[in-house]
Design a protein around this ligand. Sequence first.
Ligand SMILES: Cc1cc2nc3c(=O)[nH]c(=O)nc-3n(C[C@H](O)[C@H](O)[C@H](O)COP(=O)(O)OP(=O)(O)OC[C@H]3O[C@@H](n4cnc5c(N)ncnc54)[C@H](O)[C@@H]3O)c2cc1C
Length: 283
Amino acid sequence: MIPTNFEYHKAKSVDEALSLLQQHNGDAKILAGGHSLIPAMKLRLNQPATLIDIAKIPELSYIREEGDQIVIGAATTHGAIANSGLMQGALSMYAEAASMIGDLQVRNIGTIGGSIAHADPAADWPAVLLASDAQIVVSGSGGSRTIAATDFFTGFYETALNEGEIITAINVPKPPANTNSSYQKFMQPASRFALVGCAAMVTKEGDTCTKASVAFTGVSENAFRDINVEGAMFGQSCTAESIDSASALAADGKFILSDHFASEEYRKHLATVYAARALNAAC
Ligand SMILES: Cc1cc2nc3c(=O)[nH]c(=O)nc-3n(C[C@H](O)[C@H](O)[C@H](O)COP(=O)(O)OP(=O)(O)OC[C@H]3O[C@@H](n4cnc5c(N)ncnc54)[C@H](O)[C@@H]3O)c2cc1C
């Protein structure tokens, strides 16, 4: 399939991209890596009259420390995050998740901002952003605002992004001492998207878990934090037994997807297994 005709603009700055979006008033779409948008256009699920390419805007592509957070530009590729030294240590789940996305070509072109704007229910980044309490910075004609990851992913391919807004950055708080993280996923064998993906971040005092953040993707209509698993880990020793009993609560009370790749029952089972793997690795 080939897409319908469209106009193409290459923006040199965020301001130019925002003004182009305004000029084309609802009929334009942002193009970043194009790895989700172009296939959707080829299938004619999406037929924008205008594409505004932001992939080469320098102010959108970086990973840097800013005070007590690490900031990732929205057009930073998955590959750049996978290879980032800043994303090692307590935030290593970022590098882990990035290195598991698609193949080399997808990782070298696809962007973190494009992935979270698209909000595929099986995408990897949403779980990682949720588990790390990330904030998403967006710009629109009225200025900038920051949205907590917990408020950003609102449904099946749905986000809190308004028409005419561009994601410019992801702010990730630097974790406290004695914190580690891990992202584990069961991949759909062809696409490598997550049938179930689990991101876990654990802070310990001695061997006791003083904070656990656990988030899933692939399991429900959108990625979510699992407060049942988190609550069951709190105050526990990080033993295989406590991790297994907390993980057994994974996705309890959630609507669970079912399709020809994985039934509801199988996904729920995978959620418990991958919660245990992520928590074990983070502990
Ligand atoms: C073969 C293949 C395998 C893949 N495997 C995986 C996988 O294992 N895990 C995974 O998570 N993903 C996977 N993906 C998806 C991939 O990660 C995409 O790169 C990603 O979903 C979209 O990012 P993009 O930069 O390509 O965005 P685009 O396709 O350019 O854009 C996607 C959507 O986001 C909007 N958008 C883009 N950037 C912004 C922005 N800064 N602000 C506001 N809106 C924006 C666009 O308008 C569009 O609606 C795979 C894709 C392919 C083709």
